[in-house]
Structure formats: C-alpha cells, structure tokens
Design a protein around this ligand. Structure first.
Ligand SMILES: C[S@@+](CC[C@H](N)C(=O)[O-])C[C@H]1O[C@@H](n2cnc3c(N)ncnc32)[C@H](O)[C@@H]1O
Length: 348
C-alpha cells in the first residue's frame, strides 16, 4: 500500500507537473474529509469491534452508507482506515487517533481545525498575502484572542485541542530534555496546564505555576487534580504582555511564542527575563524552521500563524536575534521526535 505524503497524496516526481498540480490543488480535501469523519464520530462507532461493515458504521453515525463508503475508501488511500473486505473497514493506528475516548486523541483537534470561524480565515488568505496581516481579523472584525474570549464554547474546544497536541509534544519533549533539579517551573501561556501536570508528575521535587489568561487558567485545576499534582501547582491568571509571575528558576513557552510578531514576542521575552533572575533558564518548545527548500511541517504551521494571528514560526537565527533583543542568549537547540524542538535560552 502506498500512503500519501504530508499533503495527503503520493509524491511522484516523475508525474507531469500539471497532474501533480491538480493533485496538490485538491489535497485539502484529505483534511476536510478527516474533519467530517471526526465530527460524525466514525472511529468511535467501531466500539470494541476490530472491523465493521460500512452500512453498520453509517447506522451508528447517522450517515448515508454509500457516501460514508466513498469517504472511507478515499481515506484508506492515505492510511486512515483500511478496507479489509469489500465494504468492511478496520481502524488503522492513524484512524484510531480520531477516537474521542483515547489518550492522545486527535478528535478535538480535528473539530477545532474544522471550526467555520477558523476555516473562514483561510478562504481569505489572499488578504494576508497582500497585507501581511491576519485574515482572521479581516473576516471577523476582531483578533483571535478577543474572539475566543467572547465565545466560551469555542474557547473550550481550542483549549482541549491544544491539550491534545500538548500530550503529543510533551512525551517527545520529555525524552529530549532532562529537567531534574528544576525547583520552580513557570509555564507561560500554559493553556489548561497539561505540560505542568505532566512535569510535576514526573519530577516529584518540582513545583509549578500555570500562567495564562484568566478565563483559560480557570480550566486548569481539573487537569492538575487528575494528575494528582494540584498541591504543588499554582494557577495564575494574567497578561504576559504586561508581566509574568516572578520566582521561577525555569520558564517555559510551549507552542506560544510563534503566536506573536517580533515586537510582541520581544515584550513577552523581556517580561520573562525580568521575572527569572540571573540564574534562570527559559525553555521554548516550538518548531525551528530549516533554511531553504528543506521540508518541515512548521513551514505550513507558519501559514496558520500568518492567517490567524500576528505570529510566525522562526528559524534558529531568528530565535537568536529575538533572544538577544530581550537580554537573553540562545544556549542550545535540541530536535525531538515531534516537529517541535527544545530551545534553551539563558540570561545574556
Ligand atoms: C497556542 S496556545 C499554547 C498553549 C500551551 N502552552 C500548549 O502548549 O498547549 C497559546 C496560549 O497562550 C495564551 N495566551 C494568549 N494571549 C495571552 C496573554 N496575553 N497572556 C497570557 N496568555 C496568553 C492562550 O490562552 C493559549 O493558552
């Protein structure tokens, strides 16, 4: 079986360019189909069964049997579901990530990616290309963070989706970087606190601060309680463009600095530098773009930042310059199993 590349279609360099372009232009259909089958809960509909006839899956998900067959047949070409007998499908490891009931589930992420408010921005990508400004703001008349603060149900889905990604990134990060000896870790833009919960669980001597916007940290207590670490964690609501909690020996920015342009990112980093004292360290968990044509998922994530936020994904040189402006020095960059790297900065 041949599975697709990053964009969902097999890459055959010997294909005529118009044929390949035709395929590329249609490649977003893979994403749209994944979002749709996640929404109707096809992976969950297997229950405990290893394989299931499409008519039964259609009954369980309230969908049209032939339409669902066509969807699963298409997704099977990229390794999501497999047709084990005519019209009978099984979950593949990729398809299983769309179940809602598993650790590491990507179902909430799929539903978040499919939000009409988010997709609408990509329909106006030309605006971002022409102006360099977020299409999201152009379409919705307000910026991303204000929009989500005003829509609690979307904010809850966004935070859950970030939590799913965080689980994936956490394990890769923990394998790449030893944090023994860290006394007090402050996660800046911590979301619901999944990373702090995982780290406190792993390092019994560590205490942690979950710092995020007030309406976001309000959701963190349940995550910390579930990991049994609530007694060593503090939740602080605030605005990192104004200040961050002092007293940490280690500050973390996980999947957060890429949401901001250089000016705002420098403000956030300066606030962290001020809070950390001379012996501290900052750990940034983020994508680091290779220069030139080299393939990297972050080069597409960067387009998400362009369309939705004033952010950007950065190269190592861009990180180094950003740190320098904030009184920090890039100490090391370590690749991980995920697309993200661990970037360590210390006071200059
Ligand atoms: C892309 S999410 C990353 C969340 C988390 N670190 C993770 O790895 O899943 C960025 C986080 O920054 C937070 N944030 C945005 N603006 C903020 C502000 N002005 N002050 C504090 N946190 C903010 C958001 O609420 C969100 O949780």
């Amino acid at each position: 079986m041949t599975h697709g590349d990053l964009l969902g279609l097999p890459h055959h360099p010997d294909k005529p360019a118009p044929v390949r372009m035709y395929e590329l232009l249609y490649s977003s259909l893979a994403s749209q189909l994944l979002i749709a089958v996640a929404e109707i809960g096809v992976a969950d509909a297997f229950g405990d069964e290893e394989e299931c006839h499409v008519d039964e899956l259609a009954k369980r998900t309230g969908s049209d049997p032939h339409a669902l067959y066509r969807a699963l047949r298409a997704l099977a070409t990229i390794g999501v579901f497999t047709e084990v007998q005519p019209r009978t499908f099984a979950l593949t490891p990729l398809a299983a990530t769309l179940r809602g009931d598993t650790k590491g589930s990507m179902r909430d992420l799929a539903r978040y990616v499919g939000l009409p408010a988010r997709q609408g921005a990509f329909n106006s990508l030309v605006y971002s290309l022409r102006t360099g400004r977020p299409a999201f703001d152009h379409v919705h008349g307000t910026d991303w963070w204000t929009y989500f603060a005003a829509h609690p149900e979307l904010s809850a889905l966004f935070n859950k989706a970030m939590g799913s990604m965080n689980l994936m990134v956490n394990s890769a990060t923990l394998e790449a970087h030893d944090l023994s000896g860290v006394r007090r870790l402050v996660d800046v833009g911590a979301g619901k606190g999944h990373l702090v919960a995982t780290l406190l669980h792993r390092y019994p001597e560590m205490t942690g601060v979950v710092f995020d916007l007030p309406h976001v940290v309000a959701e963190a207590a349940e995550v910390l309680l579930a990991e049994g670490v609530a007694d060593r964690a503090e939740c602080v609501g605030g605005d990192f463009l104004a200040s961050v909690p002092p007293g940490g020996d280690t500050y973390v920015l996980s999947w957060t600095i890429h949401d901001w342009n250089d000016e705002d990112a420098t403000t956030i980093l300066r606030n962290i530098r001020r809070a950390m004292g001379d012996g501290g360290q900052l750990i940034v968990i983020d994508e680091v773009l290779p220069e030139g044509d080299s393939a990297h998922f972050g080069k597409f994530e960067d387009i998400v930042m362009l369309a939705l936020l004033k952010g950007q994904v950065r190269t190592e040189a861009e990180f180094a310059a950003l740190f320098e402006n904030a009184g920090l020095r890039l100490k090391e960059v370590r690749a991980t199993q995920a697309a993200t790297s661990v970037i360590v900065a210390v006071p200059a």
